[in-house]
Design a protein around this ligand. Structure first.
Ligand code: MG
Length: 374
């Protein structure tokens, strides 16, 4: 393996684990983090959580699990090309969506409204809460006891009030510092992954059309290139050839732009990374094209009436569940109710609901509200 860049995160410049553990014998510390995330319960649940389309709408749509794997793939490719720590990058990418509620953003918004007077609910903080506290797998500690830089990468954003509560991990939000390059890569890889896979899923669902996308520069250019390379292909094969070119162009752009910024800012150490402005990013031109695509998806896909119907139902399910549990904590499974004694009932309920998969939430709703069932 090529030696890591001098500004990469590595074990020798890491701030380590909250609880000191013996070094792993055959793996690196960040490999161990990645492995702990993969073995966690929250990670397995991602398989049955919605990204945009509800889990049962079709077998071919992305779920939070396949989304997270695609983010990890894109992020790792970028990290490796820049000689950065790809184990850390992969760990952050695989964990970045652990805290999502069922039903995608609709679920999170509903839970956040329910929790308005009790500290709110934010999936990003919930991801951290899962790896720091909620996973129960180890005899010696709660959570997964991950390396500082993995936890810092999971915490993408944070209000000043929360940052104060988080101690060392919150410092960068108060001092206006940046996270590691590895974390910055995961943020951008997340965006690259969902914009492109939402084009693919959107087309597959029939909610958006190729004709609409031909008005969008990024798609139009690469569709033209795909047609030029393979004049005889059409349908799904042409879409795939287009989307893979879009991803490739964006990754190539990030590598070139980030390389330039690293040079311009004369970055040599991890300390330089933290102090510098955002280093991982698109060129001006790509940022514009990406914005155009995002706006299109926002207006035409995420606000499509069929998606809105689904999200409105999801909001109702989450709200109903929350209100039912708040009205009577005895409805909560024993273990979760006991957590309420320690953390307050609203937070324990939020943890329970956030942990649900889409289908579990639907089932639980039926169990609580349908007369004559179970
Ligand atoms: Mg994501």
């Amino acid at each position: 393996m090529a030696e890591l860049a001098s500004y990469a995160v590595c074990e020798s410049n890491s701030q380590g684990r909250r609880i000191v553990e013996p070094r792993p014998k055959t793996r690196g510390e960040f490999q161990r983090d990645r492995d702990r995330i993969i073995h966690s319960t929250a990670f397995r649940r991602l398989e049955y959580k919605t990204q945009v389309f509800v889990n049962h709408e079709g077998d071919l749509f992305r779920t939070r699990l396949t989304h997270s794997i695609e983010v990890a793939q894109i992020a790792r490719s970028i990290a490796r090309a820049l000689n950065l720590n790809d184990d850390l990058t992969e760990a952050i990418a695989l964990a970045h969506d652990l805290g999502h509620t069922p039903f995608g953003h609709a679920g999170q918004d509903a839970l956040n409204e329910c929790m308005a007077e009790h500290g709110g609910f934010e999936h990003n903080l919930q991801s951290l809460r899962i790896v720091d506290k909620l996973e129960e797998r180890y005899g010696a500690f709660d959570g997964l006891n991950l390396m500082f830089e993995t936890r810092a990468g999971i915490l993408k954003h944070c209000s000043p009030a929360k940052a104060h509560e988080l101690g060392e991990l919150g410092t960068r939000f108060l001092k206006d510092q940046r996270p590691s390059l590895e974390a910055q890569i995961c943020n951008l890889a997340d965006e690259i992954a969902y914009n492109n896979h939402d084009v693919d899923d959107g087309l597959r669902s029939g909610l958006i059309t190729v004709e609409q996308l031909q008005e969008i520069d990024l798609f139009a250019w690469h569709e033209k290139a795909a047609r030029a390379a393979f004049p005889d292909i059409s349908g799904r094969r042409l879409i795939h050839e287009t989307v893979r070119r879009m991803i490739d162009a964006q990754v190539t752009d990030v590598l070139a732009e980030t390389g330039t910024r690293l040079e311009q800012q004369q970055i040599e150490t991890l300390g330089d990374v933290v102090q510098a402005p955002q280093l991982v990013g698109f060129s001006e031109e790509m940022r514009g094209m990406n914005r155009e695509l995002k706006h299109f998806l926002h207006d035409s896909l995420y606000r499509h009436y069929q998606v809105v119907r689904m999200t409105s139902k999801a909001r109702r399910i989450v709200k109903d569940l929350y209100e039912a549990f708040m009205a009577d904590m005895r409805l909560l499974p024993t273990q979760d109710r006991l957590r309420g004694d320690q953390e307050g009932n609203p937070r324990a309920i939020a943890d329970y609901i956030a942990g649900m998969t889409d289908r579990y939430a639907v089932k639980e709703h039926r169990r609580l509200f349908a007369v004559g069932m179970e």
